[in-house]
Design a binder for this molecule. Structure first.
Ligand SMILES: Cc1cc2nc3c(=O)[nH]c(=O)nc-3n(C[C@H](O)[C@H](O)[C@H](O)COP(=O)(O)OP(=O)(O)OC[C@H]3O[C@@H](n4cnc5c(N)ncnc54)[C@H](O)[C@@H]3O)c2cc1C
Length: 371
């Protein structure tokens, strides 16, 4: 039977970033991906925003790894020629009653170490973004956009150059404890396979709770059950409505229907947030809902044409009635699973945080697992 030193389940941006980092110092790294190509799920169905870190409670992993990942992502883009733009973002208070929420965001952002935040008054906003009509805005200069596929590809290439074994069309179906680690079973290009690994890192995104269950963890008891929360996008036809990213103050499970220019300057509208039972990337929302929401802060959307774009599905630990839930990144040694590291609930800002998550996981491996 083949033996891996470290087996990573899932080749999205997170699994590949972890593979790229951990293979710098370690041999025998294997990555298993069920699809024909890597990065085809959440990692290629997102907004491509390099978030600043203003949205997450201070002290949370989301805040810490987003702020760190923001700096790291820009450095990677610069160094390796990955397409990005540091556009800056306006989070807008549409009426007076939202100004306090904006102030809370400012405090949270500063508490998280986000640099350069400042308020911009109504008239100034109008000068910067003539199509945006709001009471006040919070400007975060460190927000930007990146081409997610290029970033994912960067980590893939790095892992490959470090001699990691990257396999596609290879689905892990069950796992069990073995004398010196774990036995991993599945189907690879139509054939059953078995491999043992001393260490397993679960980076299976929307399926990560199933992988945790497969090794015998009670996902309900440990709060690992995922809820699928979908977000649809539309695309604005013609001249852009804004040059910066423009977000309303967050409400509910998502960040509100916002405007995100892509690298070509075309504006994407969305995503919204609604819970679903099945994973699909078809847009289910109505154009009307989007127009109404965006009209609140960009009234000129009224006579503009918008088109259906795509959708993404968030792997959320937070159910419809729950409050904030943090990323789970955990070595399960105290649950009799030495060498099993779970990454569960890696929703936004997982793209931004990916290089910082990789360092975090690598530190767990080097300090707690490596023998
Ligand atoms: C609508 C939306 C917008 C977002 N916008 C942003 C944003 O602007 N900025 C930001 O920072 N973040 C954003 N995110 C979050 C970000 O996209 C994710 O956090 C990130 O892509 C997660 O990457 P991942 O590698 O964990 O998951 P995935 O990309 O889903 O990768 C997991 C991989 O595991 C594979 N897999 C699963 N089960 C198995 C198995 N049994 N065997 C083998 N392989 C398996 C899957 O096929 C998949 O390729 C957004 C997310 C959504 C849904």
């Amino acid at each position: 039977m083949e033996t891996a030193n470290i087996a990573i389940i899932g080749a999205g941006v997170v699994g590949l970033a972890v593979a790229a980092k951990i293979s710098e110092e370690n041999e025998g790294v294997y990555v298993f991906e069920k699809n024909m190509r890597f990065g085809q799920e959440t990692s290629s169905h997102n907004s491509g925003v390099i978030h600043s870190g203003i949205h997450y409670p201070t002290g949370s992993l989301k805040a810490e790894l987003c702020v760190k990942g923001n700096h790291m992502t820009y450095e990677i883009c610069e160094k390796y020629g990955i397409a990005y733009k540091r556009l800056g973002k306006l989070t807008v208070a549409i009426g007076e009653e939202e100004v306090e929420e904006l102030e809370q965001l400012m405090r949270m952002g500063e508490g998280n170490g986000v640099e350069g935040l400042k308020f911009i008054e109504k008239n100034e906003v109008k000068k910067l973004e003539p199509n945006i009509e709001v009471e006040k805005a919070l400007h975060s200069p460190s927000t930007g956009i990146v081409e997610p596929d290029e970033l994912t590809n960067h980590f893939y290439e790095k892992a490959r150059k470090n001699n990691a074994n990257l396999t596609v069309e290879t689905e892990v179906s069950d796992l069990r404890k073995a004398p010196d680690g774990y036995e991993i079973n599945g189907i690879s290009v139509g054939e059953r396979f078995t491999i043992t690994a001393k260490t397993v890192i679960n980076c299976a995104g929307l399926w990560s709770d199933r992988i945790a269950a497969a090794i015998g963890l009670d996902v309900d008891k440990f709060g690992y059950r995922l809820h699928y929360c979908k977000g649809d996008y539309f695309r604005l036809v013609g001249k852009p409505l804004a040059t910066m990213l423009v977000y309303p103050v967050p409400k509910g499970g998502g960040l509100g229907i916002h405007l995100t220019p892509d690298l070509a300057g075309v504006i994407r509208l969305g995503p919204n947030a609604y819970y679903v039972d099945k994973i699909s990337y078809e847009v289910e929302s109505s154009e009307k809902e989007y127009r109404e929401d965006v009209t609140r802060y960009a009234p000129s959307i009224h006579d503009r044409q918008i088109q259906v774009d795509t959708a993404g599905v968030r792997p959320k630990l937070q159910g419809p009635k729950d409050g904030f839930k943090d990323f789970v990144i955990r070595h399960e040694a105290d649950r009799e699973l030495f060498g099993f590291i779970n990454l569960i609930g890696i929703e936004s800002p997982g793209l931004t945080a990916a290089p910082a998550i990789a360092e975090f996981v690598s530190d767990i491996y080097e300090n707690e697992v490596k023998r």
